[in-house]
Ligand binder design. Structure first.
Ligand code: HEM
Length: 125
C-alpha cells in the first residue's frame, strides 16, 4: 500500500492535472463562468493537499497514526463534493452540494489541526 504522503501528493497532482485541463478549456472557449470552481479544485485539491502531504512526509508519527488515512479520505471526498457543488451553485442548480462540500472541507482542516496539535511537527515530534 502507498504511504500517506504519496497518496496526498499523487491525488493532488491528479487534481492539478484536471484543474489545468479545465483552465485550458476555459481559455480556449473564452467562458470563464466556472473559474471559482476551477480555482477551488486547484487550491484545495492540489495546493492544500500537497501542503498536507509535506506535513506527513516530515512527520512520520502523524503519517503512521490511525488518523492519517481517514484524514486523507475525508479531504479527497471534500474536494470531490465541493467542486461539483460550486459548479451547481454557479449554474443556479442548487447549493446543497456546495454546502456539504464546504462542511467536509472545514472538517478536513479541523482534523488536520487536531493531528498537528496532538502529534506535533517534524521527525522528533
Ligand atoms: C494550465 C493551467 C491553468 C490554466 C490554463 C488556467 C486558466 C484559468 C482561467 C482562464 C481563469 C479565469 C480567469 C478570469 O476569468 O479572470 C482562471 C482562474 C483561476 N485559476 Fe487557473 N488556470 C490554470 C492553473 C491554475 C492553478 C495551478 C491554480 C492554483 C494552484 C489556479 C488557480 C486559479 C484561481 C484561484 C482562479 C480565480 C478563480 C476565481 O476567479 O474565482 N489555476 N484560471
Amino acid at each position: 500500500m502507498k504511504t500517506v504522503p504519496t497518496l496526498f501528493f499523487a491525488t493532488g497532482a491528479c487534481f492539478a492535472l484536471l484543474g489545468m485541463i479545465w483552465g485550458i478549456q476555459m481559455s480556449a472557449t473564452g467562458d470563464h463562468s466556472l473559474s471559482p470552481a476551477h480555482g477551488h479544485l486547484n487550491l484545495v485539491g492540489f495546493v492544500t493537499m500537497s501542503i498536507m502531504g509535506i506535513y506527513y512526509a516530515l512527520t512520520p508519527a502523524a503519517a503512521t497514526s490511525k488518523w492519517a488515512m481517514p484524514h486523507y479520505l475525508l479531504t479527497v471526498v471534500s474536494v470531490v463534493i465541493l467542486v461539483p457543488g460550486i459548479v451547481m451553485a454557479l449554474s443556479e442548480n442548487g447549493e446543497v452540494l456546495a454546502k456539504a462540500g464546504s462542511a467536509l472541507a472545514v472538517l478536513s482542516m479541523l482534523t488536520f489541526l487536531a493531528i498537528i496539535l496532538k502529534l506535533g511537527f517534524g521527525e522528533k515530534a
